[in-house]
Design a protein around this ligand. Structure first.
Ligand SMILES: *[C@@H]1O[C@H](CO)[C@@H](O)[C@H](O)[C@H]1NC(C)=O
Ligand SMILES: *[C@@H]1O[C@H](CO)[C@@H](O)[C@H](O)[C@H]1NC(C)=O
Ligand SMILES: *[C@@H]1O[C@H](CO)[C@@H](O)[C@H](O)[C@H]1NC(C)=O
Length: 405
């Protein structure tokens, strides 16, 4: 959906207070005041507002109520940026993060399968964090509350991350979601399951590995076989099919995360002469993001009741990397964990850590630190929320980011 149309609709929204979107914000705010714990209030508000921002545009048309779903059921798809432990269940996978330093800043301090020292960006965003699919038994009631299918090494293309031996590709993840839907249908009936799937939130972050662990690897075929224009065409046409497949499985509210400036991650910087960002890689990523944004716009107009949203994080991540001190960081050109990029770039047990983990934007050669995920989630959240600025502040309070995390 074009931006101008969104804004126009939001003006209509602001001029028309008794509609569902604003009603929902009031409802959630009132109910959250009753809770004493500040953290919970903030989380609830954020979940509610993510829902509102994403779906308010369609509510005017659909008139279906999000108000009932204070904590939407969430299905997470993606790669190591959103994984919460699926790969630990894949015996031969080489894309694992169950090494001592991962999770050092996660409650308990143990590795959990997250590829960072603490929480992932999706978790920082306040979206409920469902369990990894492979940790659930086939008939688990937990599936009714959401599932995380994300898997380190995964890409849009099936052959991305091939050298990790095992990972759940995006197609595999969608296949597993289909199984989840079958289980839900057998548990609560087709009608109830359809409603649940229609109202759930789908959070997708995929595509980084199609570059880092495919196109940018000189020894793999894709980088030699395709020009970048051809490759981006292959990625977006594959993604188009995948998103339509999810839609066919009743997904309506999809938030698709764009790619960050991959040319600036430590694993790419080491390929430059003086440790600078790889400009060409960043240009490719921008081209990918722009094509995916158009795809989302086109899918929203083609598919009835689709409420897909493209979350563009590129400018914010680049700003954080370019001006780390403005955000309280000291170093953004190398990682806190002193990784060896020639043997993979993950933080291995014998690696040395930096003294102050909050000083570093990057945890290992690929992944942001817990502290960076905090900043990025706040920025993503406020950019999603900025669309709501037309709403009178007296009835829709500005949300608080999760400062106490
Ligand atoms: C990728 O794998 C999925 C699931 O295994 C399969 O359905 C799909 O056809 C494959 N795509 C290609 C292009 O091979
Ligand atoms: C669907 O949900 C309703 C309301 O919760 C419930 O009464 C009904 O039994 C459910 N249908 C099935 C087939 O489980
Ligand atoms: C990172 O930047 C600092 C300051 O600009 C520089 O001294 C250092 O060599 C850089 N490190 C790497 C790995 O490029």
């Amino acid at each position: 959906m074009p931006k101008t149309r969104k804004i126009k609709r939001l003006e209509e929204l602001a001029n028309d207070p008794p509609n569902l979107a604003i009603y929902e914000v009031i409802l959630i705010t009132v109910s959250s005041v009753k809770l004493k714990m500040k953290g919970v209030v903030v989380i609830m508000r954020m979940v509610a507002l993510v829902g509102t921002v994403v779906f308010s545009f369609h509510m005017i048309d659909n008139k279906y109520s999000m108000a009932l779903a204070a904590t939407p059921v969430t299905f997470v798809f993606g790669d190591s940026l959103t994984e919460v432990g699926n790969n630990n269940f894949l015996q031969y996978s080489l894309a694992k993060s169950n090494y001592p330093w991962y999770g050092v800043d996660y409650p308990g301090g143990q590795p959990t399968g997250r590829f960072t020292n603490g929480r992932t960006i999706a978790e920082k965003l306040g979206i409920s964090s469902p369990p990894p699919y492979l940790s659930l038994s086939p008939n688990d009631d937990a599936v009714l509350k959401g599932v995380n299918y994300a898997s380190g090494g995964a890409g849009i293309l099936n052959d991305t991350g091939l050298y990790f031996i095992q990972r759940l590709t995006f197609d595999d993840q969608i296949q597993y979601f289909q199984k989840t839907r079958d289980v839900m249908r057998s548990k609560i009936g087709v009608e109830n399951a359809t409603k649940l799937c229609n109202e759930a939130l789908y959070f997708i972050g995929i595509g980084s590995n199609d570059y880092v662990n495919n196109y940018l690897q000189p020894f793999l075929a894709d980088g030699q076989q395709y020009t970048h224009d051809e490759f981006v065409q292959l990625l977006t046409s594959t993604l188009d099919k995948q998103l339509r497949r999810l839609y066919g499985l009743d997904a309506r509210k999809i938030v698709l995360h764009g790619l960050g400036p991959l040319g600036c991650i430590p694993s790419q910087r080491v390929k430059s002469k003086k440790g600078q960002c790889l400009k060409r890689v960043n240009e490719w990523v921008l081209e990918f993001n722009s094509k995916v944004k158009s795809l989302i716009t086109s899918l929203n107009s083609r598919l009835p009741k689709a409420a897909f949203m493209f979350a563009d994080t590129y400018p914010d991540v680049l700003d954080l990397i370019s001006n780390p001190t403005a955000y309280g960081f000291k170093i953004s050109n190398t990682s806190c964990c002193n990784v060896d990029t020639s043997i993979g770039g993950l933080c291995l047990p014998n690696s040395k850590l930096c003294r102050n983990r909050k000083d570093y934007v990057f945890w290992d050669a690929f992944h942001p630190s817990d502290a960076a995920n905090q900043v990025l989630a706040q920025k993503l959240f406020s950019s999603m929320f900025s669309h709501m600025n037309h709403t009178p502040s007296s009835i829709a309070p500005v949300p608080q980011p999760m400062l106490n995390y």
